[in-house]
Design a protein around this ligand. Structure first.
Ligand SMILES: [Zn+2]
Length: 182
């Protein structure tokens, strides 16, 4: 997350960033959560911390108004891990997946940022790699019809599956099967 994004969250009093970072005001010596409704600080006077502990270690006191000391969890890891677990379990069921991801309580954009920060790829890139792996496995290990395979890895039609597969492997699904089947 960039300082610009964090600053914007402070300006917006954005609650969804609470616990993800803290800001401290050098002139008052106090640190707050992003959603704090206290007087808006000047940007040049603030610095950012990942946890309340870091802020207090740096000599800042918690804010009495937003009780920034009572919020010392770091949900980033939890969100990233929860997202990955969901993707691993249900990458082939697109509609349900979206509902479940919503239940994690962060915007899709935030979730994608958090995921990418931890795993180095976006959730959709990750899902695509799961789909590709599964499709390759099914092509080689089973005699299932290619159209059935395309549905079972989460595609809604053969042509989109074909394009996807060919793009990534250089083979059509049928040729891939022929070349790799033992
Ligand atoms: Zn505060």
């Amino acid at each position: 997350m960039t300082h610009d994004e964090m600053w914007k969250a402070v300006l917006d009093n954005d609650k969804s960033y609470d616990g993800i970072f803290f800001y401290a005001v050098k002139t008052t010596g106090i640190y707050c959560r992003p959603s704090c409704k206290s007087k808006r600080p000047k940007r040049e006077n603030i610095c950012f911390f990942n946890s309340s502990k870091e802020a207090s270690d740096a000599g800042f006191r918690p804010c009495k108004r937003c009780r920034s000391d009572l919020l010392d969890y770091q949900p980033i890891n939890e969100i990233a891990k929860g997202t990955k677990r969901l993707l691993d379990e249900s990458f082939f069921k697109k509609s349900e997946l979206n509902d479940e991801l919503r239940a994690l309580g962060v915007s899709e954009r935030r979730m994608a940022e958090i995921f990418k920060q931890k795993y180095g790829v976006t959730p959709s890139e990750y899902v695509n790699s799961l789909r590709l792996e599964e499709a390759q496995l099914l092509l080689v290990e089973t005699n299932d019809d290619i159209i059935d395979i395309s549905y079972s890895v989460g595609f809604t039609g053969l042509s989109s599956f074909y394009r996807f597969f060919k793009n990534r492997t250089g083979f059509s699904p049928a040729l891939y099967r022929k070349e790799h089947k033992r």
